[in-house]
Design a protein around this ligand. Structure first.
Ligand SMILES: Nc1ncnc2c1ncn2[C@@H]1O[C@H](COP(=O)(O)OP(=O)(O)OP(=O)(O)O)[C@@H](O)[C@H]1O
Length: 450
């Protein structure tokens, strides 16, 4: 058997057929879960739990077609082989049309069963691989150039480019939506590594699953581990692993992470066999890792291992010159992908973009820009095409403001916002405003301008 660890779901209401099929499957190394009823079988189904399903067509209360339907809904990756009685080829063909992988006519030889299961398992594996590849391609297609004119960010990217070809880990820090994943792609593309870029978000996983997600597990390692499974390190072999929200790696797993970073060695959960992976790690966090160090929730040795090369991404509000640049870039890119004309921007729209604080950083800007391009229907983008909070950030929007009702302070704040948006750095803004940098800094703090 090519796939000795394949787990087969067997659904047949005849006890002797179940027993005989189970014995045959065991004899070529498969694990089997057998059910007499389709509804009980469907209750046991979860994505990735079975490598192949062998389903009898004629059963009650649920027949094979209904089980096929349920399987496609709950575990679309699992290939289904429909088993039919002699002379019911038409129904079997119908099942294949409805999405079954193939059918097997009773009575069949054990060898025919073996070949069918082997082919179905292989088919399922290829399908999963294809899906993973498509996801990777989608990820790569989305990645565009990193657009910035901020000198701090340019320096940080130059450092990332300098170390890209080495195997050194890189730590990318920045608020949510500042482009950490984009930097991981930037490093991977310049690394010359032929393997894939695989991403894992440690904060999105329940703590008890992080280890098995990173390193994989063997069948039976814990409840729900129905089959052997490769982890992200294994899948990223020869490539790059983007470890997002690294501060959320639970303490016991941090030790194992340190080990794989130092020696390339790790073990799957439930298996003592050491494995090796050649993986470059780009870690990211939007939290204060130094604070986590002080609090003792993040290991110091791991910190020094991953933070040797550090790329700091400033929040968008601290890169006022980037907002308009990015809006134009993202607007043109979106319009091109959506087959719409490249948008033009009214002055009021640009002023509104520049005045807003963008707590969700570039991701929020991207959403606002895409929405505006759609709503503007090919005409110039106006403030009314932005979400309310963006519209309201600037006084000079579509809604005329009664300037006479504003305090001097508010007028000063708005003027500073406007000048910051048009200046390439704080020095230039201070010059335009006719104040020194320290005064500008105090005013920025007072008005919450980054
Ligand atoms: N400087 C930039 N130039 C062009 N696009 C950018 C830039 N920064 C971010 N983006 C785009 O903004 C979106 C958010 O970026 P990304 O997903 O890399 O952020 P992140 O910091 O990883 O966010 P999170 O912490 O929430 O996961 C992406 O679509 C990315 O392509």
């Amino acid at each position: 058997m090519t796939a000795p660890s394949a787990t087969v779901l067997l659904v047949d209401d005849e006890p002797h057929v179940r027993a005989a099929t189970r014995a045959a499957l065991h004899s070529f190394g498969c694990a089997v879960e057998a059910f007499a009823r389709g509804d009980d079988a469907l209750d046991a189904v979860a994505p990735g739990r079975f490598d192949v399903a062998l389903v009898d067509l004629r059963m009650a209360p649920l027949d094979g077609m209904a089980v096929l339907d349920g399987l496609q809904e709950r575990a679309p990756e699992t290939p289904v082989v429909i088993v039919t009685a002699h002379g019911t080829v038409e129904a079997a063909v119908e099942a294949v049309r409805a999405g079954a992988f193939h059918f097997l006519q009773k009575p069949y030889e054990v060898d025919a069963l073996r070949v069918m299961v082997e082919r179905a398992v292989e088919h399922g594996r290829l399908r999963s691989q294809l899906r993973a590849l498509r996801a990777e391609l989608g990820r790569q297609r989305q990645a565009g150039p990193i657009v910035t004119q901020d000198s701090g960010l340019v320096d940080a990217l130059a450092l990332a480019a300098d170390v890209a070809e080495s195997a050194l880990p890189v730590l990318v820090t920045g608020e949510s939506g500042t482009g950490k994943e984009l930097v991981a792609q930037f490093v991977h593309e310049r690394s010359g590594r032929r393997g894939p870029l695989v991403a894992v978000n440690c904060a999105a996983l329940p703590a008890e699953l992080v280890e098995s997600e990173l390193f994989g597990h063997v069948r039976g390692a814990f409840t729900g581990a129905q089959a052997d499974r490769a982890g992200r390190f294994e899948r990223a072999d020869g490539g790059t692993l983007f470890l997002d929200e690294v501060a959320d790696v639970p303490a016991p797993v941090q030790v194992k992470l340190l080990r794989v970073l130092q020696s390339g060695e790790y073990e799957r959960v439930g298996d003592a066999t050491p494995r090796r992976a050649d993986v470059r790690v780009v870690a990211a966090t939007n939290r204060d890792l130094e604070a986590a160090l002080r609090e003792g929730t993040f290991r110091e040795d791991l910190y020094y291992r991953i933070a040797g090369v550090r790329v700091r991404l400033p929040p968008l509000r601290d890169r006022p010159g980037d907002v308009v640049l990015l809006a134009e870039h993202l607007g043109a890119r979106y319009a091109e992908a959506a087959g719409r004309p490249v948008p033009s921007w009214s002055d009021a729209a640009l002023a509104a973009l520049a005045a807003y604080r963008w707590p969700g950083n570039v991701r929020e800007l991207q959403n606002a820009v895409e929405r505006a391009v759609v709503l503007a229907k090919g005409g110039p983008v106006e403030p009314r095409h932005f979400p309310e909070e963006v519209r309201e950030a600037e006084g000079s929007t579509d809604r005329p403001t009664d300037d006479a009702a504003l305090s001097l302070e508010e007028i000063e704040r708005r003027h500073i916002v406007r000048v910051l948006a048009r200046s390439k750095d704080y020095e230039e803004a201070a010059r335009v405003l006719g104040i020194d940098k320290a005064t500008l800094w105090r005013k920025r703090k007072r008005y919450g301008l980054g």
